[in-house]
Design a protein around this ligand. Structure first.
Ligand SMILES: *Cc1c(COP(=O)(O)O)cnc(C)c1O
Length: 223
């Protein structure tokens, strides 16, 4: 068995059954991705549209592609026809563009709202107040071709476990607030995408339903 397959089976054996694993494939080659595919894995994530499209074209069509990185509005059209879930919705403008492209393709596109919880300014995502305004707006209520399935976040890059745990708890509390107020009737709204190679155990302890892991599967990313 190759190293990627070994890493995969080890990780899967440690994940609770209700937690989905998104294998993040940025900078990985199609043949590396096929090593996981051949283990039976079908759920992959990319952080750039321009990397996702050629991989989608080259690889088997039963792969489910999640967009996990910051997405520019002008790139939505390239992934809209096939993307399974856009996890990184971080502006109202982007959400409206996704809806527009979904209308064009006559589909509904599933989305997660990315929440800014990290201390780092560089990370993307909504603040809670900003989201409230959007979710209460008439403009939002008219977006019929998107389906909000939950929230996503990236914790601060730090060794401080308490800090990371605190941030995941903020996401969970936002999730509860939004669920009660805006998505109470909607079973669709149930995902908490949190946790990566260095913090997925903490994330699962705090209630993650979906982890996004690259390095622990494929090894260190080439610089
Ligand atoms: C790269 C990336 C990951 C995976 O990171 P690893 O530390 O390699 O597991 C997860 N989420 C997002 C948004 C990413 O860009």
């Amino acid at each position: 068995m190759g190293e990627i397959a070994e890493n995969y089976y080890k990780l899967v054996s440690e994940l609770p059954a209700h937690v989905k694993l998104v294998a993040v494939t940025k900078t990985r080659t199609p043949s590396e991705i096929m090593e996981l595919y051949n283990c039976g894995h079908r759920l992959f994530g990319e952080s750039k549209a321009q990397e996702m499209v050629p991989k989608y074209e080259e690889l088997p069509k039963d792969i489910q592609w999640h967009m996990v990185g910051h997405l520019q509005s002008n790139k939505v059209k390239y992934i809209a026809p096939f993307v399974k879930l856009i996890q990184s919705v971080d502006s109202f403008k982007l959400l409206k563009t996704i809806n527009k492209e979904a209308v064009k393709n006559d589909i509904i596109i599933d989305c997660l709202l990315q929440i800014h919880i990290a201390e780092e300014e560089s990370k993307f995502g909504f603040e809670l107040e900003e989201l409230r305004e959007i979710l209460e707006s008439e403009e939002f209520s008219k977006l019929k071709n998107i389906r909000i399935k939950g929230l996503m976040c990236m914790a601060t890059f730090t060794d401080d476990v308490q800090q990371i745990r605190k941030e995941f708890r903020i996401l969970v509390s936002f999730f509860k607030t939004l669920k009660e107020k805006y998505f109470n009737e909607k079973d669709d709204f149930h995902e908490k995408s949190m946790g990566m190679t260095d913090d997925w155990q903490i994330a699962i302890g705090e209630g993650s339903t979906m982890v996004r892991v690259g390095t622990a599967l494929f090894g260190e990313r080439p610089k």
